[in-house]
Write a protein that binds this ligand. Structure first.
Ligand SMILES: Nc1ncnc2c1ncn2[C@@H]1O[C@H](COP(=O)(O)OP(=O)(O)O)[C@@H](O)[C@H]1O
Ligand SMILES: [Mg+2]
Length: 514
């Protein structure tokens, strides 16, 4: 007796449909799974055996062979349990449910036959849709997440007993087709912000301006300044001015969190840009993704959002060096014995650092000044290598504010106002890049960069002079142009003017001092 079901597994953050073939033939009782299963899949035999027995079904005392195809895809996780169990029930004639053929079946079983939710459902259901399937059977706890994919009929069950009780009632009758994203009210913006507001930050106009530019064009940024100047405080307020995710971005981000098993609310797509703030003791694996079947690391969890590395020089140099590929290629490829996996890593890097180990180099106060030797200062700074710094668009000095500005609380720009200008600049970018894969100025490259960042003649002259005077690299040159483009967008200007370029040049202070 033979039956075939469809299961799914994750490869990176994408789902892959796996055929689950069940064959029951005469012979000594034996239960085995073939087709490159991982040990977690092999353990399925024990769970399925107990679950069926404890649900009142008969476990066939014959030779049962499960084949997972295609055989060249490594299968991992407990998500095949349900497909295997239902396959056995069908092949042994204990279950006949119309609608089970061409149905994606996923779910982990507990020994008593109840179903546990699995991670990565969003990607798996999406894969089923792309294969032309319309029916999905999964644990009730995963239903809401699955309905985020449009055009599917999704049946949720709690246990095998519940499935057996349906006898031969059609499983999918009366289940409406999911409406996907239309179900959701797309927020025009994050008005319901619960994050901290820029209104609490006194003074620091240049730092706020730099954060506005960074948010508008999704540019990488680094703050440098003495301890207590408010660097951490400022960057923590960045989420309050970021634009919400577009529909496509939202789906991408939610898939990553689903694959990592970190979805905050299963019934909703993630709409706000992620803000990740790993501590400097983070391991290389934690940062880029780890495991024999790698799960997304911090750089992927920050996809389409912000990766905040506070006190950058405190991170081990080796950890900082691995950031270069994700920043440049916007994805990270992790090779393991069992799988090679690529995760998207399109984030905006926000970092902070002190100017030297004691923190006062270049920013002396009346009572404290730098006690570090030039050698120590150089050592400290060399941790952040030139190539990494080159990839950061905005370098901004954040001095400590004086007493008067601290007392002056009126006139502090609020997040609401800053966000307004960010959105205005975003609208300009959307119009300009319509029909291209690009959304933000920070993504401009090569030909598109030259096309969209033309300078007036005086601008060219200013740039060439600064290029020589500051000893800028080619990469820094491109970054200055991108920043100038965003500044012009914030100014609601079609072309880049000399004043925009002049402001952009201010944000390369570390090129000079390092
Ligand atoms: N511009 C400012 N406006 C209001 N409070 C500030 C400002 N700068 C610093 N502070 C206060 O100082 C504290 C320390 O700031 P923090 O962001 O931790 O500094 P840093 O990260 O630069 O060492 C903040 O929590 C805040 O209370
Ligand atoms: Mg700090």
């Amino acid at each position: 007796m033979y039956d075939k079901m469809y299961g799914a597994c994750l490869q990176g953050i994408d789902g892959t449909i796996v055929d689950v073939e069940v064959d029951i033939s005469n012979g000594l009782p034996h239960f085995q799974i073939v087709g490159l299963p991982d040990s977690s899949v092999k353990e399925s035999t024990e769970r399925v055996r107990s679950a069926l027995k404890n649900s009142g079904a008969a476990f066939p005392m014959e030779r049962i062979t499960i084949n997972l195809a295609p055989a060249d895809v490594r299968k991992e996780g407990a998500s095949f349990d349900l497909a295997i169990a239902v396959g056995i029930l069908c092949a042994s004639g204990q279950l006949q449910l119309p609608g089970l053929d061409r149905c994606l079946t996923i779910g982990e079983l507990s020994l008593d036959g109840r179903l546990r939710p699995v991670r990565g459902v969003l990607s798996m259901v999406d894969a089923a849709k792309r294969r032309g399937m319309t029916n999905v059977l999964l644990p009730s706890a995963n239903v809401e997440e699955a309905t985020l994919i449009e055009g599917m009929r999704i049946a949720g069950i709690d246990s095998i007993t519940q499935l057996l009780a349906r006898k031969d009632n059609p499983l999918f009758d009366g289940i409406p087709v999911s409406r996907g994203l239309q179900n959701e009210r797309m927020p025009s913006n994050v008005e319901d912000v619960d994050t901290e507001d820029f209104v609490d930050v006194c003074g620091q106009f240049q730092a706020k301006r730099a954060l506005t530019i960074a948010a508008a064009g999704l540019h990488n940024l680094i703050f440098i300044g003495p301890p207590g100047s408010g660097k951490t405080m400022l960057i923590r307020r960045l989420p309050s001015i970021l634009p919400v995710l577009s529909d496509d971005e939202s789906l991408e981000v939610t898939k990553i969190y689903s694959a990592a098993g970190l979805i905050p609310d299963r019934s909703k797509l993630i709409r706000r840009r992620p803000f990740r703030n790993p501590h400097h003791t983070v391991s290389m694996g934690g940062l880029v993704g780890a495991g024999s079947y790698p799960k997304p690391g911090e750089v992927s969890l920050a996809h389409r959002g912000v990766l905040f590395l506070d006190e950058l020089p405190e991170f081990p140099r080796s950890v900082l060096e691995v950031l270069r590929q994700p920043i440049e290629d916007r994805r990270v490829t992790i090779g393991r014995a069992k799988a090679v996996i690529t995760f998207p890593t399109h984030f905006m890097l926000a970092a902070s650092m002190n100017p030297c180990p004691c923190g006062y180099w270049g920013f002396p106060t009346l009572t404290a000044s730098c006690t570090c030797t030039p050698m120590k200062v150089r050592q400290y700074r060399s941790k952040i290598s030139g190539p990494l710094l080159d990839r950061i668009d905005l370098h901004v000095e954040v001095p400590r504010i004086d007493f008067d500005s601290m007392k002056q609380t009126s006139g502090n720009a609020a997040s609401r106002d800053l966000r307004q200008s960010v959105l205005q600049a975003l609208n300009r970018q959307s119009a300009r890049y319509a029909g291209t894969p690009i959304r933000f100025n920070g993504e401009l490259n090569g030909r598109m960069l030259r096309e969209h960042c033309r300078l007036p003649p005086e601008g060219e002259k200013l740039l060439s002079e600064s290029f020589e005077a500051l000893g800028l690299s080619v990469r820094a040159h491109d970054r200055i142009l991108k920043i100038a483009r965003t500044i012009a967008d914030l100014d609601d200007s079609d072309g880049i003017g000399t004043s925009h370029l002049a402001e952009a040049l201010q944000y390369r202070c570390l090129d000079r001092s390092l």
